[in-house]
Ligand binder design. Structure first.
Ligand code: GLY
Length: 602
């Protein structure tokens, strides 16, 4: 399958794309389908009516880009929640208005997304949360899934070839971490009970909500996958996805959420929900046992802290590669006193070269710290960055060396939350592919992840994308698979909270988040412009520079091609949700202009 590049397309457009149930497809296609899976949903909400006027389009954007749809920001005095689901954003603000802090609101959002955004869920999945409290305390909560204890290194290889079992079906699931992770974050820094923060999600599941065109389309597009498993009865009761305008009730999920709210995470990991998960695993041929669920523990980590031109970044350490790789890119770019103009070939060349160098390290040197040694000090060292950039030539692309890459499917979601006291939470969670492995826990009412595919299922050999991943990320029982998720919090030069940002989109998460930060800090863009600005992506392998169709001028494309960059067009890159403190101290929230969502403030 190939994407047509169409610089005249007004984004977002609902394509007639139906994702095949087996989703080993090209990076470009997956990104496109992911970003548009929820498109055309409700526009930006203005909270209590403080929406700012649509800003002027940045003069550096190429001709035609302005015709694409830029979303107006939401501006608020007290707090802000930005997610891919308007109802989940509202759930977060409901908790803030009740006096909850950003952590309370983030946990409310996480459970609400399970109900209103089943595409990425995600109590059947996992994620990462970076928290920075107004008093300066910071924490990175790692609730990444783990490989089941019965997992083996070659479990997805048959007759020397990779099967599809790491992406579809019960064998694809890692042990879910979200319920334990969110509860642990709440226990550490929340002010409300799990019971109370879960009420909006329980209400949405029990009373139902009106399905919009985005959810209806998203479910239809994944119908072939979902209908293979127990979710068919919930989402395709008459063979069709719920039409826009119909009410979707999820009584089984409401019961599951009520059990968690009343009994805590033990209901999920050793109680009736554990029973339902194990029963479904046995029915569908999976290997997750009660022992796996009982053994699951989130890990509280120190965030990775980086400095870029005097700004401070709090980012996610391994088992996500996101923070290290973002900081390694920024450290390289900081070796230039000033960066070339935004849409020049020279700037995109620098991005491509620094992305490439950081991804080579990411793909070969990082893995679960419980199993491998991550050279974090070296990779985030400014002197090392200087060494890397000494090999960049201003007018010539560096070919990627032969071997290894980590390609990651891209069905994830990010939410950014800030409260009136200046506490901030940046959370990215995932089921991996849209609707995860497709396996639906009938006795629980939720989809299970297919996170096992983020491991190097066949180290040293091309997978079905034609890519190769390193041994460091090979499957081992109990190990966390390497992620690209990059929930990030940025402080300004005075150490004051400035920005909360993160994204969905597999490896494009790292480059997308980095570009939004660069657009704000170096290009001095407003947040709406920084989010709307055309993006590029490179990950070393395959040795291509992907760009958004219409996002580069012909002159820039000609120059980049002449330098030796292999350009490839795609319709949309990365799904970012961000908020920024404006010059007047108020919060500006922008959800991804290429996708669905809402920034809701108060
Ligand atoms: N499943 C996408 C990631 O963790 O990077």
């Amino acid at each position: 399958m190939k994407l047509e590049s169409n610089s005249r397309t007004i984004l977002p457009v609902i394509p007639g794309i139906t994702l095949p149930p087996k989703r080993r497809v090209s990076v470009a296609i997956v990104a496109f389908a992911t970003l548009l899976a929820g498109c055309s949903q409700t526009g930006a909400r203005s909270g209590d009516g403080q929406s700012a006027a649509t800003p002027v389009i940045h003069p550096a954007f190429p001709e035609g880009w302005a015709a694409k749809r830029e979303r107006p920001p939401t501006v608020a005095d007290h707090g802000m929640v930005v997610t891919n689901s308007p109802l989940a954003s509202e759930a977060g603000v409901e908790i803030l208005k009740k006096g909850g802090n950003a952590v309370d609101a983030a946990v409310a959002v996480g459970f609400a997304l399970e109900v209103t955004y089943p595409f990425a869920g995600n109590i059947g999945g996992g994620g990462f949360m970076v928290i920075r409290m107004a008093n300066g305390q910071a924490l990175a909560v790692d609730y990444r899934e783990t490989a089941p204890l019965a997992a083996t290194r070659d479990m997805y290889i048959e007759n020397g070839k990779l099967t599809q079992k790491s992406t579809v079906g019960a064998l694809a699931s890692g042990v879910p971490g979200s319920v334990a992770g969110m509860a642990a974050a709440l226990a550490k820094y929340g002010t409300m009970s799990l019971h109370d923060v879960m009420q909006p999600a329980i209400r949405l599941a029990a009373d139902g909500f009106v399905v919009d065109s985005a959810l209806s389309h998203s479910l239809s597009s994944s119908g072939r996958l979902i209908k293979q498993f127990a979710g068919a009865a919930v989402f395709f009761p008459n063979g069709e996805a719920p039409a826009p305008g119909t009410r979707l009730r999820q009584p089984q999920l409401a019961q599951t959420l009520t059990l968690i709210a009343d009994q805590g995470p033990s209901a999920f990991y050793s109680g009736p929900i554990a029973d339902a998960i194990v029963a479904q695993m046995q029915h569908d041929g999976g290997i997750i046992t009660r022992a796996d669920l009982a053994a699951y523990k989130p890990v509280m980590r120190e965030p990775i802290v980086g400095k870029y031109r005097g700004y401070t970044l709090y980012a996610m350490p391994p088992s996500s590669s996101g923070g290290v790789t973002t900081i390694e890119i920024l450290n390289q770019l900081e070796t230039w006193k000033t960066l070339p103009p935004f849409n020049s070939a020279a700037y995109k060349h620098l991005l491509a070269e620094t992305f490439q160098r950081a991804f080579i390290d990411r793909n070969t040197k990082l893995g679960d710290p419980a199993f491998v040694t991550n050279p974090l000090a070296m990779l985030t060292d400014k002197a090392y960055a200087k060494q890397l950039t000494s090999t960049i030539t201003p007018d010539r692309a560096t070919p990627s060396p032969v071997f290894s890459a980590a390609a990651e499917p891209m069905h994830t979601t990010h939410y950014s939350v800030v409260d009136g006291a200046g506490n901030a939470v940046s959370t990215t969670t995932t089921l991996n592919s849209g609707y995860g492995s497709g396996v639906f826990i009938a006795g629980g009412g939720f989809f299970m992840n297919d996170e096992m595919d983020d491991f190097a299922a066949q180290p040293g050999k091309p997978n079905q994308f034609g890519l190769v991943q390193g041994e460091i990320n090979a499957i081992q029982p109990g190990k966390r698979m390497l992620s690209a998720m990059s929930p990030t919090i940025v402080l300004d030069r005075d150490g004051k909270l400035m920005m909360v940002v993160g994204a969905a989109g597999g490896p494009t998460i790292i480059t997308g988040v980095t570009q939004v930060i660069l657009n704000v800090i170096d290009q001095h863009m407003s947040l709406p412009d920084a989010m709307f600005a055309p993006r590029v992506h490179g990950q070393a392998w395959p040795d291509v520079l992907t760009y958004e169709a219409g996002g580069l001028s012909q002159a820039a494309m000609d120059s980049l091609t002449a330098m030796g960059h292999n350009l490839r067009a795609t319709n949309a890159l990365t799904n970012v949700n961000a908020l920024l403190r404006g010059a007047d101290g108020r919060w500006v929230g922008v959800y991804e202009p290429r996708s669905t969502g809402a920034a809701v403030g108060y």
